[in-house]
Structures are given as structure tokens and as C-alpha cells.
Ligand binder design. Structure first.
Ligand SMILES: Nc1ncnc2c1ncn2[C@@H]1O[C@H](COP(=O)(O)OP(=O)(O)OP(=O)(O)O)[C@@H](O)[C@H]1O
Ligand SMILES: [Mg+2]
Length: 358
């Protein structure tokens, strides 16, 4: 469904300054897959989606989407895909149902079919009550659900969603996911979905595959479970008296399956944090070894890894810290004076579905 090779995007922002937003991304997405793209702010997620949806041309490299090259056959690509941009749709003075019908017609549906499809989507996305209201009067979450409806109105076989759930409350996030999953399986052929998200739990729970992007490059690509098992490992935390921490760390270093050991000082005690292949399996052995060395363990915790642990293991940074507040390392730049990337932000100027058609 998607095949990219060494896909690259440079933004030349001035004669002396180029932003390397995407630096050689190669991926394959099979029909019917649900893929989540994770990465901190500025990692190149939106830029990649905009190239795949033909909104901007690649600087180099190739991309085939739904069987067509994005540069040589953009029209064919556009007809096959749906795209929900990060900023959401416009048309503020349109009424909700009319917007859906219009978008369906733009995509070549006849009016009757477009009206029928609009009705189904309004129902599915809990917008029936708002159908005759103007878009500008909707709440943020209602608008976001309308964005998703617009992306689905022509029943694309491939749907791109750029942060579909950002800004939704937990109830509406859950609702949106329920609808996405239901529509995906209700379609005659399973829909392929590629989405970006900053919610690690969403990627973990719903995506069949997680692609982690950092600095314009893919740094991991696998199922969430495989990434966690290979790259993070379980965390066993043993609490001991501060004087015993170094000795316990030495014992843990020698235990089978241990990947790394870290001593975390606490008030009145110390914790020894052990990354290990199989936490529940390793814990009895660790406790026996501690006992044999005369070290009294007062508390044991075993935690399964999260996708944030995966990112931390790959980059030494936490996705939670870098992803949400924008304090991450940002993209690679050449010839850039430091600390002045704000004017490069695309915030607020994201393309809408209409731009896809422009
Ligand atoms: N039109 C543009 N001109 C110059 N730089 C751009 C342009 N569009 C994007 N960039 C820069 O390219 C980099 C990647 O941006 P992109 O929007 O792809 O990141 P992202 O991973 O989607 O981040 P976020 O999580 O914040 O949405 C950023 O540094 C951004 O400022
Ligand atoms: Mg983005």
C-alpha cells in the first residue's frame, strides 16, 4: 500500500539555512495494516505524511502510495486516500452535514450517495445532533470528529490521520478509536491506516505496528511488544538500605538476563533498578542472590516496559519530555544559528482536505 525509499525533505529557509526535516525514510506498509508513527515534536512526522499525500514534493527519494508514484501520479494517489491533517478542516461557516456532502461530491460521489454516506458518518461519529449546526459553533472535540468524518466520506482504502486524538477528552478519544476500529473492519476491504500520535498508550493498544521517528529518520519499526521486549526489557526495582546498594548492584550485574543496573538514591533507602529480559522470571533468582550475599531487600517492584522506555533506550531521551512540550532536540539543520526555530513552525498552517484537492 505504501513503499518509500530514502524519502527526503529539505526545507531551504534562507540562503544559508536548510532544515533537514526528513532524512532518508524507507518504509513498507501492507494493505490492511494499522501503523502508528511516534516521535517528538519536529521529528518529521507531518512532513512525511504531507509527502505521502502529495501535498509537498520530496526533495529526493521515492514514494508509491496505493500503487502510484506521488510525484508522477498525484491525482491517482489523491483519489485513493483520505487525509486528516494536524490542523483540521476549514469551512467554518458551512453546516456540518453540508460540509460532508460537499466533500463527498468533490471526490466524485453523486449527491444521493454523498448524503447517505454523510448520514452514516454523522451517526458513527456521534455528530447527528450537530448535523445542522455551523462548523464554527462546534467544540474542539466535535470538530476533530468532523475532520475524521471528512477524511472517510469517500471510503478511502488508505487513511492518513495526523494526531487525530490530540485535544480530545478521554471519553471522546475512546469514542474516536472505537469508530476508527469499527469502520476499518466494516469496510469491504480492510482499510489501511497510518496515524501519528503523541499518546503512547494509543499506539501501544491499537497499532499493529509502531514506527518511531526521530530527527527525520526511522529509528525503530516493529510491533509494540517486540520493541519493548527487544529494546527496553522489564524493570525490576529492589529497595535496600543505602549502604547495601552498591553490593546489590554488583549482584544484579551478574544475574542472568540483566541488561543494565542503576542505583537510585531515595530518602532513607536506595533502589536498585534492573533492566532485565524477563522481570517476573528473574526476580526470584535476584532475591536468592541478594539473600546469599546477606543483603536485606525490603521491597520489590516489577514493571513491564512502555513505549517511552523504548524511546529512552534508543535515544537516551524520554518521549514524554521531548514530545509534548516541544523541548526536544528538534530536526537536524545545517548552517543554522542556534535557538531560532520558531518561525519554521508549521503550526496553524496545516493543510486541510481541501488543500489535498487544490
Ligand atoms: N514549510 C516548512 N518550512 C520550513 N521548515 C519546515 C516546514 N515544514 C516543517 N518544517 C520543519 O521541519 C521539521 C519537521 O516538522 P514536522 O511538522 O514534520 O514535525 P512533526 O514530527 O510533525 O512534529 P509535531 O509532533 O510537532 O507535529 C520541523 O523542524 C519543522 O519546523
Ligand atoms: Mg506534526
Amino acid at each position: 500500500m505504501i513503499r518509500t525509499r530514502e524519502l527526503t525533505k529539505d526545507f531551504v529557509v534562507s540562503r544559508t539555512r536548510t532544515v533537514h526535516a526528513v532524512r532518508g525514510i524507507s518504509l513498507d506498509v501492507e494493505p490492511g495494516e494499522l501503523v502508528a508513527v511516534l516521535g517528538p515534536n519536529g521529528a518529521g512526522k507531518t512532513t512525511t505524511l504531507r509527502m505521502l499525500t502529495t501535498l509537498i514534493p520530496p526533495t529526493s527519494g521515492t514514494a508509491q502510495v496505493a500503487g502510484y508514484d506521488v510525484v508522477t501520479h498525484p491525482d491517482r494517489v489523491r483519489a485513493a486516500i483520505g487525509y486528516v491533517g494536524q490542523g483540521g478542516a476549514g469551512g467554518a461557516s458551512q453546516r456540518v452535514r453540508d460540509e460532508l456532502v460537499t466533500q463527498g461530491e468533490i471526490y466524485g460521489l453523486d449527491r444521493r450517495t454523498a448524503r447517505g454516506r454523510a448520514g452514516e458518518l454523522l451517526e458513527a461519529l456521534d455528530l447527528t445532533e450537530q448535523a445542522d449546526r455551523k462548523i464554527e459553533s462546534l467544540s474542539g472535540g466535535q470538530k476533530r470528529r468532523l475532520d475524521v468524518a471528512v477524511g472517510l466520506v469517500h471510503e478511502p482504502s488508505l487513511l492518513f490521520l495526523d494526531e487525530p486524538s490530540t485535544g480530545l477528552d478521554p471519553h471522546n478519544r475512546a469514542n474516536l478509536w472505537e469508530h476508527i476500529l469499527r469502520m476499518r473492519t466494516a469496510a469491504a476491504e480492510p482499510m489501511t491506516i497510518v496515524l501519528t500520535t503523541h499518546y503512547l498508550d494509543e499506539a501501544d493498544t491499537f497499532a499493529e505496528r509502531v514506527i518511531v521517528v526521530d530527527n527525520g529518520q526511522v529509528i525503530a519499526d516493529d510491533t509494540a511488544d517486540a520493541l519493548k521486549a527487544e529494546l527496553a526489557g522489564d524493570l525490576v526495582t529492589l529497595r535496600v538500605a543505602p549502604d547495601d546498594a552498591a553490593a546489590l548492584a554488583a549482584v544484579a550485574e551478574r544475574a542472568p538476563g540483566t541488561r543494565s543496573v542503576r542505583v537510585v538514591p531515595e530518602s532513607g533507602a536506595s533502589s536498585v533498578a534492573i533492566r532485565t529480559v524477563d522481570g517476573p522470571g528473574a526476580t526470584p533468582g535476584l532475591l536468592r542472590a541478594a539473600d546469599a550475599a546477606g543483603l536485606a531487600v525490603s521491597r520489590v517492584d516489577v514493571a513491564r516496559p512502555t513505549l517511552d522506555d523504548v524511546f529512552l533506550g534508543l535515544t537516551g531521551r524520554s518521549l514524554r519530555e521531548t514530545g509534548v512540550d516541544g523541548s526536544g532536540a528538534g530536526p537536524a539543520e545545517t548552517g543554522a544559528p542556534t535557538g531560532a526555530t520558531d518561525e519554521l513552525s508549521t503550526d496553524g498552517s496545516e493543510p486541510t482536505k481541501k488543500e489535498v484537492l487544490a
